[in-house]
Design a protein. Structure first.
Ligand code: SF4
Lengths: 343, 622
């Protein structure tokens, strides 16, 4: 961190381009949080690169005064992989969406996660195709009526975090556009994590899928439908922290903290390093129902682990090779092992 | 038991100008190794040489069947050699299927060396000789000289003292063949002995057994009185210098490394395994001490887009594949084109469409390279002429990509990728310098990502440079600033600027030379890519025979050398032989309004010189 980087503000990270999302789009909040966080984490602008694919969210790099590339549909993780190998010192941020990252680019996303490049991936999930004007996406719920599914979608949706866990992601988190503070915290943690940090961000597309996450983001329901995970802290939620989660074998159950039967001390303490338990949290994926109690939707860092990064291992091999064989000698390479002379 | 059908009785040494040998056998018979050892030994001896391996498509095709036959053809001589030879002088067959598959490639009067153990009832049936009708015994080979040797038995005999199992013993029977041929062609065993010691350094018992069998094969020729003639092929009068043997894919890899060194930038190689391009990945992965970053990507698209990402960060991004993989890279090619970043795409062409003929050669991806993208997306295209030329053209591909900020196609093919020939390799100091248009330090003029220099080339600024932060992308960009622009006038302007940049590369490539013949000959044969050797041989013979014919070989296919049109207009007729249904010929016709005529072959096999010659003679005598 340089002294100068410390003095930068969000404004320094704002480019001169007009932001062209629909008014009221959740993307604005995410852009704002990123622009706020970047100066706080103290990386020089010239060492930051944003790479995106195609979709509404993928316009993101144009609005930041850092290095950036607006790539092609679904390929941002692959472009970033090459970039990170070429220069591991860069701070690389991948901007993608539910269509870009989970449908057309799903393959690249899982391979990036297993290789664990040191990058941050912001997956804007709005459960709809916005840029193409409103078709269902791989995260749209079953039965979703859209332009391409007039009778309701028969596709079973992805659970993005469970997918990331399946690919052995080393930092798996969820946040929402309507909770700026939480998002900023998660962004900072993601930046600190060495490895691929995947943050799914619930983002409202107010034009084609307004209110898709309203039940989680609306002040009136948020307390009951969500749980905010903190490492080492008991899993409490609800109005006035009146409820908690316990594990009954492998099953999470909701307990009432007000009846006197259970106290905070009985609750499940979130351990983001526990692969099994974090998997259980990722599976808390019920659709909230007005008439029946369902598990709250968790937000925060579900899982985190230390694992070597691909680019470091690759450069280590290069160093070992140079150590063993010496810096490449071009003339020796040209000459090869067997030569003969014609005089 | 062993007999020859030729009548000689006295031992003689006969001199030969050039000889073509085809080794053929089951894919497990060690044919490729036998062929490449004979090649190396002959090259070290000073012959000119050209080789062509012919693999079966299946990794483990059923033993003894035609589908499982692997071949290795080599042509070596005391004269200049340009092709692996049309028809063979010697056909070595390890089993009946190998004979059946290749007999039509043997000259009348040529020699068959047959392993009789491979002609038992089972092998005959598998090869499709009906009712066990043995071609070695029914006089059907009367037009040829037949040498029958029970190689399997003699190999086992040579190893009878060793504790190896039968299977392991049989595995070295290719060394018996090699030893015998070394005797026949007066070759020394030394280079192969060294190779065996090196290859089996970790298994001393295999060193001993392979050396023993190699010697047994040699001695068999020497002591068995039935063989009366040995052949001598003197060294070729090649230009003075130091030589090595090189295969096409290997030459591509070395060319890429050399160029990255001369450009002073690390090489990033993103690729997904595919036949016949994978050997480039294998070769590059071995040279990490040249700061080569080889990345085996999850798919073809990731292979190219990771290379684009690396170029954005200042590496030389390279990707390679073959036809089907190139098809998958199409969208990313357009991205590289509009971003105007350096990128080299190697296409080792194979038979298509779709999966086609993975192990066979073809030149049918020229149109794909030139036009296979959405929108106006011009990309320079280069094609090497031979295995050793792969070095030079790979080097050129990087030079053009970097100095002109553009993706560049390198069109190799299965024939030259796996073929080998002697190479008078350069010294690094003599290689053309490569100067990337790279801004090295912050400060100075403000950076405009799409401002251009006199060549129409933009400046390359990579992340990490302070004050030069900028965004690029696949959307149309405003001239100079690079900001997104949907302005109609601007789109036309940018399209023309990108095209003009590629067109002007013609100022930075060599003018087209005539390979042979006079510039006002009656007929010009215009070749590209791997057809070079066959056409060169055909034209050489025809000129010697008094025909009015000339040869032009194009290595720069987009843009063409500036003088190509004028050169071609000097001939009455132009013929374009291609291993496709007529692609370059269409471009020549449309570009220069010349009545060029096609000569096509789409069999997964290279042209023979005689095919080209026959067509040319017919054209001239029509
Ligand atoms: S379509 Fe939806 S996601 Fe896209 S900018 Fe508009 S509101 Fe945002």
């Amino acid at each position: 961190m340089s002294a100068e980087a410390n003095t930068l503000t969000a404004k320094d990270f704002t480019s001169d381009q007009d932001v062209r999302w629909c008014p009221g789009c959740g993307d604005y909040s995410i852009l704002k949080q990123v622009q706020t966080v970047l100066p706080e984490i103290g990386i020089e602008r010239e060492n930051v690169v944003f790479i995106s694919g195609i979709g509404c969210s993928s316009r993101f790099p144009y609005y930041l005064d850092t290095y950036g590339m607006h790539g092609i549909h679904g390929r941002a993780p692959a472009i970033s992989s090459g970039l990170k190998i070429a220069n591991p010192d860069l701070s690389v941020w991948v901007i993608t969406g539910d269509g870009d990252g989970l449908s057309i680019g799903g393959n690249h996303l899982i391979h990036m996660l297993r290789r664990n490049f040191d990058m941050n991936v912001l997956l804007f999930n709005n459960e709809i195709y916005g840029l193409t004007k409103g078709q269902y996406s791989p995260t749209s719920p079953e039965g979703k009526v859209t332009k391409s599914t007039p009778m309701g979608s028969v596709d079973h949706p992805f659970n993005p975090l469970a997918l990331a866990a399946g690919a052995d992601g080393t930092f798996i988190a969820r946040s929402m556009d309507r909770d700026p503070k939480h998002m900023r915290e998660i962004l900072k943690e993601a930046n600190l994590h060495k490895g691929t940090s995947l943050i799914e961000i619930y983002q409202n597309c107010n034009v084609f899928n307004d209110g898709a996450f309203g039940v989680f983001t609306d002040k009136k329901t948020k307390a009951e439908t969500t749980i905010f995970l903190e490492h080492g802290k008991p899993c409490v939620f609800g109005e006035n922290d009146s409820k908690g989660l316990m594990l009954d074998g492998a099953n999470p159950v909701i307990v009432d903290l007000e009846s006197g039967e259970y106290s905070v001390n009985d609750l499940w303490v979130h351990d983001k390093h526990d692969r099994f338990k974090s998997g259980v949290l990722m599976r808390c994926f019920d659709t909230p129902m007005p008439d029946r109690e369902v598990l709250p939707r968790p937000f925060g860092i579900f899982y985190q682990e230390d694992r070597p990064c691909y680019e470091d291992l690759l450069h280590e091999q290069i160093a070992v090779s140079i150590n063993r064989k010496g810096e490449g000698d071009l003339d020796a390479l040209l000459r090869g092992k067997n030569t003969w002379e014609i005089a | 038991m062993e007999k020859t059908k030729s009548p000689e009785t006295v031992r003689m040494n006969e001199e030969r100008r050039d000889v073509t040998i085809l080794f053929a056998g089951d894919s497990g018979d060690g044919i490729q190794l036998t062929g490449s050892q004979f090649t190396n030994t002959s090259a070290l001896f000073g012959n000119d040489i050209s080789t062509f391996p012919n693999y079966p498509a299946e990794i483990r095709a059923p033993q003894g069947t035609i589908a499982g036959v692997s071949g290795f053809q080599l042509n070596f001589g005391s004269v200049e050699i340009f092709t692996p030879g049309d028809m063979c002088d010697v056909l070595v067959v390890m089993n009946a299927a190998a004979l059946k598959a290749n007999l039509n490639r043997l000259k009348i009067g040529g020699t068959v060396i047959a392993n009789t153990a491979g002609f038992d009832k089972k092998n005959l049936t598998l090869a499709g000789y009906i009712d066990g009708n043995n071609p070695l015994e029914n006089n059907s080979l009367g037009k040829y000289r037949l040498i029958e040797i029970d190689i399997t038995k003699l190999t086992r005999e040579a190893l009878k003292e060793t504790p190896l199992g039968i299977k392991e013993k049989d595995r070295s029977k290719n060394m018996f063949v090699l030893g015998f041929l070394y005797w026949m062609y007066n070759r020394k065993l030394g280079p192969t002995e060294d190779f065996i010691r090196d290859k089996f350094a970790k298994a001393p018992e295999l060193i001993a057994s392979n050396l023993a069998v190699l010697k047994a094969g040699y001695n068999y020729g020497d002591t068995s009185e039935t063989f009366t003639t040995r052949y001598e092929v003197k060294p070729a009068p090649l230009p003075k210098g130091v030589y090595r043997n090189i295969m096409g894919n290997q030459a591509v890899a070395i060319g890429l490394i050399a160029a990255s060194r001369k450009a002073g930038l690390p090489l990033f190689y993103g690729s997904y395994p595919i036949t016949p391009a994978s050997d480039i990945l294998h070769e590059l992965a071995r040279h990490k001490n040249f700061d080569v970053r080889s990345f085996q990507a999850e798919d073809e698209i990731a292979a190219i887009t990771s290379a684009i990402g690396s170029s954005f960060a200042g590496n030389i991004g390279i990707t390679a594949s073959s036809g089907p993989g190139i098809a998958l890279k199409g969208e990313a090619l357009g991205l590289a084109c509009i971003l105007e970043l350096p990128l080299v795409i190697v296409n080792v062409q194979r038979g298509g469409p779709s999966t086609g003929l993975p192990t066979k050669t073809e030149q049918a991806d020229l149109m794909q390279a030139l036009y296979g993208r959405n929108g106006e997306a011009p990309i320079p295209v280069l094609a090497p002429a031979s295995p050793r030329d792969c070095f030079e053209m790979a080097y050129e591909a990087v030079r053009i990509a970097v100095e002109h900020m553009t993706p560049v196609f390198l069109l190799s093919d299965g024939y030259i990728a796996n073929g080998a020939e002697p190479w008078r390799f350069p010294v690094s100091a003599d290689l053309t310098p490569i100067k990337p248009p790279l801004r090295k330090s912050a400060g100075g003029e403000a950076y405009m990502p799409y401002a251009r220099d006199g060549k129409g080339v933009r400046e390359w600024v990579v992340p990490g440079l302070k004050g030069m932060e900028h965004r690029i992308g696949g959307l149309e960009k405003e001239d100079i600033t690079g900001n997104i622009s949907y302005d109609p006038e601007n789109h036309q302007k940018m399209t023309l600027l990108r095209a003009e940049k590629v067109r002007r590369i013609a100022d930075f490539i060599p003018e087209q030379a005539l390979d042979r013949g006079s510039p006002d000959a009656e007929l010009c044969i215009l070749s590209w890519g791997s057809t070079y050797g066959a056409v060169k041989t055909a034209v050489k013979e025809m000129i010697e025979e008094g025909y009015s014919v000339a040869h032009i070989h194009v290595k720069y296919l987009n843009p063409f050398p500036k003088n190509l049109g004028d050169l071609l207009r000097g001939f009455r007729r132009v013929m374009v032989p291609e291993l496709n249904h007529g692609q370059l010929v269409k471009i020549i016709r449309s570009e220069f309004l010349i009545d060029a005529r096609p000569l096509t072959k789409i069999k997964g096999l290279p042209f023979t010189a005689s095919e080209v010659k026959e067509a040319a003679v017919n054209t001239l005598e029509a």
